[in-house]
Design a protein around this ligand. Sequence first.
Ligand code: FRU
Length: 598
Amino acid sequence: MKNLLILFTMSIFLLSCENKQNIQIKTSEENTSLSFKASQKYLLLPIEDTGEELKTELFVDGKFVNSYIIRLAQNKIDYWVPIDLSEWQGKEIRIDIPELNESAVCLKEIKLSDTFDFNSNEPFRPAYHFTPPYGWMNDPNGMVYYAGEYHLFYQYNPYGTRWQNMSWGHAVSTDLVHWKHLPVALSPDSLGTIFSGSAVVDENNTASFQTGSEKTLLAFFTHSERKGQFQSLAYSNDKGRTWTKYENNPILQHATAKDFRDPKVFWHEPSGKWIMVLAVGQVIEIYSSPNAKEWTYESNFGEGYGSHDGVWECPDLFELDFPLEGGQRGVKWVMIVNINPGGPMGGSATQYFIGDFDGKTFECDYQPEEKHWLNWGKDHYAAVTWNNVPDNRRIAIAWMSNWEYANDVPTQNFRSSLTVPRELKLVKQGASYGLTNYPVIETENLRQEKKEWENITVVDDYSIDKLLENNSGAYELVIDIENQSAEIIGFKLFNDLGEFVDLYISLPEKKCYVMDRNASGKTDFSDRFATVTSSPIEAKKTYRLHLLIDKASIECFEGDGEISMTNLVFPSEPYNRIGFYAKGGNFTVKQFVIYNLK
Ligand code: FRU
């Protein structure tokens, strides 16, 4: 009998011990369980970047609170992530990790701490592009302007630097270029993880959530779980600092669609209703609502239009005005549709359609087979715009990566950054309009020292050997070119290790603007990364090329943003030499300006 009891006890707890950090560890065949009192602010978890995804459940005083998917280190520790224990101080915490191997290194090292320090100066951490403090980021979400602040939410994994545990991270800015991080706004719950969506100011309190003098901010997002995707609502009455999920979520479900997500909502004044556009497989569905809670299907757009070489995601719909003769203004509607894969350079990209919208239906001006791309690089996805921005400005921001390799880019404590915010405008194009995008004027606030050169005639090659004295890798180039007779107008940006990026305009027969990043630095983390991107360009006398360069990216614009091309690069050290070259004739660099950016 005694022996049986011992055997029984052993089979339940093969091992019960304390690690060097005084955390009680119990390992049985079915489970590994950690127990401790929440006596410090954080529990620090050791992570293995490509380790196995493990279900990790958190209990407080024996009650289930949350579950996460975490790559806890089994063989080696690559970096750490914290679980914030502030709200459970003094309580008993238990963490169950059923699939964890009992010899996993994380068990010895997992610890409590009042601080969480990590290397925030990794070589590829951008100097001025938005990044999460640590952890993984993808799409920008919920962008809205309210009470002097631009809010930026984003798809966030706080427990690792690969996609998982989707939550809404949050930051605010008063100038669109300097961001202050705020606590995570929306975390997964019993309805699912929190996918992409949008936010608005409920000016007229249509949803009846307002309690004080601050207007209510409403956030619309997709709840995603194994059974499907549906739309939900959350609100904030304190300028976005805290959020309450609506008690009757979800607010919108679909009878059949598996891919049903990324609600973009805006107030449509003429019909006095909220409009929601949603990505549903490969079309955009349009819904309306008087109160943001009850939604009616109106129409759909997209079948047979544009590119369908992938899933449609993250749509946007907004009005833009443009000048008419005689000082009048005309109005057109822009439908943005992100697509993955199926981009012109492979993988993720942003397409758009111009037309009219009457509160129910979007009528497209373009021929169905026309394809219009907002950006010609490889790293511009999930572009959507801010709601409620003053002065009628329409400002977009995009995730600067590509699903082809986003999880593998060579950073450690964080993954991914966003583009600089860009202002969108309409330009006349044939019988309809096209869309330009150009860095917001506020980007100029980043400019530090300036250096400039004038009237450089490029016959074969012309090199400027030191662009900046102390080049940290964050700078801006404005290059005004006048072409005399060159067929290729090119320049390369080099570092001393021989790594370079080649940018050129090819005329006359091909008429394209090209960026080649094959030799740009680190490229071996994915066979989809080393590549050449190219956009059509007009043959003209003068070109203005504008480049925003950061530690791991190059955003190029031509003219007023008629062309934009955004690409990641991972040079081992900053490019600090420029070599202009001409083929088939010569050109003049009328003006070449460089600004250090900070
Ligand atoms: C686009 C996307 C969205 C989805 C989110 C999930 O990158 O796939 O459609 O809501 O990412 O993180």
